[in-house]
Design a protein around this ligand. Structure first.
Ligand code: NAD
Length: 496
């Protein structure tokens, strides 16, 4: 192992970041591409532009490391490597924080949680899983067809993981795949989003220079070309594709993976409902709904973007939500008090603005926001925006916008609220606010989503499985269930 020298090592590359393939840091065969700070529109650096040849080499390295080394069977060694990686990354935390804010446009306050520190700390949870998991279960004797047999169930690593990730919470999503996959004994090729290559590439530098993780066990291929990621879905040497991103791309991944019938794990989009019951503290609920949707400029798959309020309190709800959003202006993500930073790119800002225009065309009223903040002449900022006057069938209420845009919709009681919440192709997350525990429990049971928050409850944690119903995905990430996604099951019988 190369000894860490945190005092002198600077993760910010002098020229370009590198790819990590077969234990080596190397330039991309396609040269480099620029990384733009979404808050300033300035180029902050260059990333290695991986090609299909680079991806081919990365998949080969992962396959060889899985097939020819003891990595998948040495549980104690893997646990040690995971803790070593966590500790090495923690040694670089301030540098990573600065780079993450600059590359993602993530508000600084989120980096002490899911944007950085949370997922790095959670590598320890993954190490514990590897150490404590029941890799073998003795089923005892049975006499099928009158013949006594001793049966054992073994759990084994799936093999080579193709991990494809988006830009909104790059560390959270990269580590929610890397941690459990390594703990399970898999080897990995990670293809991060073109908008946030450094968050992954700099982790690759730490892996290569400060850990004992063997060559080929983790490979990181940054690229400006989406097709390089698509290779992971089709290549027969990849055993499982673990994808997080939009539902449209998830469908393309699943279709492409069908040819080699590989396992597919999908974390996709959402259009989650925030339900306010008529016995709730309306002001507190609407303030929370406004806060949630502007956090990280609404670029969170599980953010609640439809606010369902009692019809008779609709006008008050608009007023309270507008007041809350007015105090949460989009601003500089490096400021500790900023909740709403920029969206990731000009393309994404165009998309959000086109949805606001569409909402108006559909008959919606912009209650607050709807434009670009005057105080931010540079950067891809969108004002926190509240839209009323639409029903749930409007496209702005059905489709994922991925910006700080909240649609407020009246409901006519608990059953109606459940009906509207479920009237969506998605089923990722949701929230309910109220007083009566029985009514709350009824709503929680009725809404078909992978997570529910009650009166502001926070489900995000290393041991909580996260994922979606319906078109929000297949499978669960994090927690013991997320770890088991990377395992196969083998039944072994011996005559007794
Ligand atoms: P995206 O689907 O455009 O891209 C995601 C990743 O897929 C990127 O790395 C991209 O390069 C790659 N890609 C693009 N085309 C591909 C193809 N044909 N085959 C293989 N890979 C391909 O998503 P995005 O715009 O980067 O991220 C935003 C989306 O991610 C939103 O829809 C959001 O809801 C979703 N998301 C979901 C979760 C979740 O856990 N459910 C978490 C975060 C983000």
């Amino acid at each position: 192992m190369v000894q860490p020298d945190v005092a002198v090592r600077n993760l910010r590359p002098a020229v370009s970041s590198d790819l990590l393939i077969d234990g080596e840091l190397r330039p991309g065969s396609g040269g480099t591409f620029e990384i733009v700070n979404p808050a300033t529109e300035e180029v902050i650096g260059l990333a290695a532009d991986g090609t299909t040849d680079d991806m081919d080499a990365a998949i080969a390295a992962a396959r060889t490391a899985f097939d020819t080394t003891s990595w998948s069977r040495d549980h104690a060694f893997r646990a040690r490597c995971l803790r070593q990686l966590r500790d090495a990354l923690q040694g670089h935390i301030e540098e990573l924080r600065e780079i993450t804010i600059a590359e993602v446009g993530a508000p600084a306050f989120l980096t002490s949680g899911p944007q950085l520190e949370g997922p790095i700390n959670d590598l320890g949870y993954c190490a514990d899983l590897a150490e404590n998991f029941a890799w073998e279960t003795d089923l005892g004797r049975a006499e099928p067809m009158g013949i006594p047999n001793q049966r054992v169930i073994k759990r084994e690593a799936v093999g080579v993981v193709g991990a494809i990730t988006p830009w909104n919470f790059p560390h959270q999503i990269n580590f929610a795949k890397i941690g459990p996959a390594l703990a399970a004994g898999c080897t990995i090729v990670l293809k991060p989003a073109p908008d946030t290559p450094w968050c992954a590439a700099l982790v690759g530098t730490v892996i290569a220079t400060e850990t004992d993780i063997p060559a080929g066990v983790i490979n990181i291929v940054t690229s400006s070309d989406h097709e390089v990621g698509a290779q992971l879905s089709t290549d027969p040497r990849v055993d499982i594709v673990s994808f997080t991103g939009s539902t449209a791309t998830g469908k393309a991944v699943m279709t492409a993976a069908a040819a080699s019938l590989k396992k597919v794990f999908l974390e996709l989009g959402g259009k989650s409902a925030f339900i306010v019951l008529d016995d709730a503290d309306l002001k507190a609920a609407c303030s929370m709904a406004g806060f949630s949707v502007v956090t990280h400029a609404g670029q969170g798959c599980a953010i609640t973007t439809r606010l369902l309020v009692p019809r008779e309190r609709h006008d008050d709800a608009i007023r309270y939500t507008r007041e809350a959003m007015a105090g949460l202006e989009a601003g500089d993500p490096t400021e500790p008090g900023t909740i709403c930073g920029p969206v990731i790119s000009a393309v994404q800002r165009d998309r959000v603005e086109s949805y606001i225009a569409l909402a108006k065309d559909e008959g919606g009223t912009v209650e607050i926001g709807g434009g670009r903040p005057e105080k931010q002449p540079k950067g891809f900022f969108v004002e926190p925006t509240l839209i009323s006057g639409l029903d749930n069938s409007a496209r702005a209420a059905q489709e994922e916008i991925f910006g700080p845009v909240l649609v407020i919709i009246p409901h006519d009681g608990d059953e109606d609220a459940i009906r509207i919440a479920n009237d969506s192709p998605y089923g990722l997350s949701g929230a309910v606010w109220g007083t009566d525990p029985d009514r709350i429990a009824h709503v929680v049971d009725g809404v078909r989503t992978g997570t529910m928050s009650v009166n502001g409850g926070i489900w995000y944690s290393a041991d909580v499985p996260f994922g979606g119903y319906k078109q929000s995905g297949i499978g669960r990430e994090m927690g013991a269930l997320g770890f088991e996604e990377y395992l196969e099951t083998k039944a072994v019988a011996t005559p007794a």
